[in-house]
Ligand binder design. Structure first.
Ligand code: F6R
Length: 241
């Protein structure tokens, strides 16, 4: 894994936006895998600015988001659909039909999951997959466990994740207990994985990530098996390395 340590969150975001913008310029019909959460907000902001200032063109780009809470309404401010519209899609010229996010309102989640994987496979997988990491080492909503899912599926969120994500909700009880999450095949099938990590709270999991060991109890360690991963960290996240 290639490691880039940046001084601040802003530098990390600028570096990530530079890599993504380059991907889109080099291959205008790129398939991008996208993440939500606090970490990529600065990156999306810079991509939106890049579109405004230089006309960075998203008209042929296709996107597949990693996950969505289940169940959740699209117009719920905490849905990942809402997040993506708010932070990126409404600021760039991506056609809505090129955007793929698991549907938190679907009535048949199993079908939704298999259709999601079919769509991803038909698109040829992602050229670049943007990832964040949970304090517990999850990527997407692939939570620590003995077995990790290969396919996109409906997963139970761990208490750690529910507590961590409750900061976005009015109260912890409002956090959905399940999510639809891309599986390991979708993530590991990407040509280039870009993992962003920021803040002191992630320093312990970062140490595990670079420990030279792989364990399903820290799903992100599996990224060590991928041939093309770039990890961009800020100094706080890299504090224990
Ligand atoms: C979000 C996702 C999650 C987050 C992770 C870190 O789509 O897949 O794995 O990347 O929970 O979240 P933040 O960035 O809020 O610390």
């Amino acid at each position: 894994m290639k490691k880039i340590i940046c001084k601040t969150y802003e530098e990390m975001s600028a570096e990530a936006a530079f890599i993504i913008a380059n991907q889109v310029r080099t291959k205008p019909d790129s398939v991008l895998g996208l993440a939500t959460g606090s970490t990529p907000i600065g990156t999306y902001k810079r991509l939106a600015e890049e579109h405004k200032k230089t006309g960075l063109d998203f008209s042929q780009v296709k996107t597949f988001n990693l996950d969505e809470y289940y169940p959740i309404k699209r117009d719920n401010r905490q849905s990942y659909r809402y997040f993506m519209d708010e932070n990126l899609f409404s600021h760039v010229n991506i056609p809505p039909s090129n955007v793929n996010i698991p549907d938190g309102e679907c009535s048949a989640p199993e079908k939704e999951c298999s259709d999601y994987d079919s769509g991803l496979n038909k698109a040829g997988g992602t050229d670049l997959q943007l990832l964040g990491i949970g304090n517990n080492g999850h990527i997407a909503f692939i939570e620590p466990g003995e077995n990790l899912p290969l396919a996109t599926g409906l997963v139970e969120l761990t208490q750690d994740t529910i507590t961590a994500n409750s900061r976005f909700f009015e109260k912890e009880e409002d956090v959905p207990k399940k999510a639809i999450s891309m599986g390991l095949s979708g993530i590991m099938g990407s040509k280039h994985i870009l993992l962003l990590i920021s803040g002191k709270a992630k320093a312990t999991v970062v140490k595990e990530l670079f420990s030279g060991k792989v364990t399903t109890q820290i799903p992100a360690t599996l990224l060590n098996l991928h041939p093309n991963v770039t990890v961009i960290l800020d100094e706080e996240a890299a504090g224990l390395l």
